[in-house]
Design a protein around this ligand. Structure first.
Ligand SMILES: *Cc1c(COP(=O)(O)O)cnc(C)c1O
Length: 234
């Protein structure tokens, strides 16, 4: 196959390399490589690029915007029924219905109103995507996520209060800092709440995240190449 706009980026090769490094990092941490979910973040990349990863056998993907995901994924879903699609970007309450309809995992629950809306749409649609609570681990004013202080109450409201299927915690550490202490902290918070999944680590630091207990890493540019234009840090 020689598409005229043949991608400069070799997605298949990048994916194989990231998979290899995920396995190596897991082994180093005394964990099984297949215990780590490599979520390929395909935001800003088109269906052609995504298809290269699907054709290589990859099935776990993430997007950060509901509308963009709606444009790219419904057809691919029909074609690859076993794919698992994660929402990793901030979710507005008015897009909760669309998110419940499309995603298998919503990683960015960060406030009671959003949790209520998501659970309401779960009841209405019969779909129950797994959820994670996003923690503003570096206490940054511009970043999404519940504060560390507010986490116990939000976990209780989501689980005991709403019966939401909360499986773990997610975070994006401050961009300019050494991430390891933040990774360690998120893993500790998840354990404290009896949550088994920990989503942390991106292209620059997924191996460190695995060393500190990530069960899910979110890797975009190391697989798909640089994004056409970078959005905000989150
Ligand atoms: C874009 C994005 C990623 C992937 O970032 P890379 O540095 O390209 O790997 C991970 N998590 C979230 C929430 C993102 O928005």
């Amino acid at each position: 196959m020689e598409p005229s706009n043949s991608p400069v980026v070799d997605v298949r090769k990048n994916l194989a390399e990231v998979c290899r490094r995920v396995s190596a990092a897991a082994e180093l941490a005394g964990r099984r490589g297949d215990a780590i979910d490599l979520v390929a973040i395909s935001k800003f990349h088109g269906v052609e690029q995504i298809r290269l990863a699907l054709d290589a056998g990859h099935r776990s993907f993430g997007e950060n915007r509901v509308q963009e995901a709606q444009a790219k994924w419904p057809n691919l879903r029909d074609e690859f029924p076993d794919l698992v699609l994660h929402l990793v970007g901030p979710l507005q309450t008015n897009k909760a219905a669309a998110a419940v309809a499309l995603f298998d995992v919503i990683q960015t629950i960060d406030r009671p109103k959003l949790a209520q809306a998501v659970v309401g749409h779960m009841a209405a649609s019969g779909r129950r995507p797994n959820c994670m609570i996003q923690v503003n681990i570096g206490d940054e004013p511009q970043k999404a996520g519940i504060s560390i202080a507010g986490l116990p109450e939000l976990v209780a409201e989501c689980t005991s209060g709403l019966g939401m299927p909360v499986v773990g915690l997610m975070c994006i550490p401050p961009a300019a800092e050494e991430p390891a202490p933040y990774f360690a902290l998120l893993a500790k918070l998840a354990a404290r709440h009896g949550l088994h999944q920990v989503s942390m680590g991106m292209s620059a630091d997924y191996e460190a995240a695995i060393a500190f207990g990530a069960t899910s890493v979110r890797v975009g540019s190391a697989i798909f190449g640089p994004r056409p234009s970078l959005g905000s840090a989150d």
